[in-house]
Design a protein around this ligand. Structure first.
Ligand SMILES: Nc1ncnc2c1ncn2[C@@H]1O[C@H](COP(=O)(O)OP(=O)(O)O)[C@@H](O)[C@H]1O
Ligand SMILES: [Mg+2]
Length: 207
């Protein structure tokens, strides 16, 4: 964290204190594998730091093992910190889901779940991060795809950010999420699609 500067106003230091708390709380949620800082792709960093002209939502795609999930966690952490600028409006709520777990949770027969409450949380969270959107090769049911549409549509009309990682482009997710979400995704991620290229970092590694 940057040191407190002597000319910081009481308002600034109050906000910075809250920022540091929120980032620390988010750190506790980041899986150990993704704890280290990495150099972020410039477009991802611009999104995370809310650089002028940066898109609201971000879709990071590329082959297995290039570092999409790692980049997304680090970007989400940076995004949390960036919410404490002068237009600060309260501590952001971040929902983070692997797509497979999300599809399960949205099923009508979801175990111990309260899909309606969850739906509201997914629709209204300050940031919704869905990891590995195309990893679930099994398409969810039409019912689940409808719930996904409710989430994407509500977030779209309220201009609430969505962060997605995927191994395919946004226009290639329809077999998973359905036509309606694919169409919404095209609008949501316009100007916010980042392709991570490279080789599988897991190959030949200790893991
Ligand atoms: N920029 C990076 N520098 C070093 N290691 C990285 C970097 N990006 C990812 N990794 C590591 O590479 C492995 C694969 O990254 P991951 O984000 O899980 O890939 P993907 O989600 O694209 O399949 C992980 O062990 C991760 O910690
Ligand atoms: Mg991944």
């Amino acid at each position: 964290m940057p040191p407190t500067s002597p000319d910081e106003s009481p308002m600034d230091s109050w906000r910075n204190e809250r920022r540091d708390q929120a980032v620390a709380a988010f750190d506790a949620r980041i899986p150990a594998l993704y704890a280290d800082e990495i150099n972020l792709h410039a477009d991802i960093d611009n999104w995370a730091t809310r650089a002028p002209g940066a898109p609201t939502s971000l879709f990071v795609w590329g082959p297995l093992g290039v570092g999409k999930t790692h980049a997304a966690w680090r970007a989400a952490r940076r995004w949390v910190g960036a919410q404490f600028a002068s237009d600060y409006r309260g501590t952001p709520v971040v929902q983070t889901w692997r797509s497979t777990a999300l599809f399960d949770a949205l099923r009508p027969d979801s175990e111990g779940g309260t899909p309606k409450k969850l739906m509201r949380e997914l629709q209204t969270a300050s940031l919704l991060y869905i990891d590995d959107l195309a990893a679930a090769r099994v398409s969810p049911s039409g019912w689940t795809q409808e719930r996904l549409y409710e989430i994407f549509d509500e977030r779209y009309v309220n201009r609430l950010p969505v962060l997605v990682t995927s191994d395919v482009k946004p226009n290639q997710i329809s077999h998973i999420v359905g036509e309606r979400v694919t169409s919404r995704a095209a609008e949501i991620f316009r100007g916010g699609v980042v392709h991570l290229a490279g080789s599988d970092r897991r190959q030949g590694g200790a893991a």
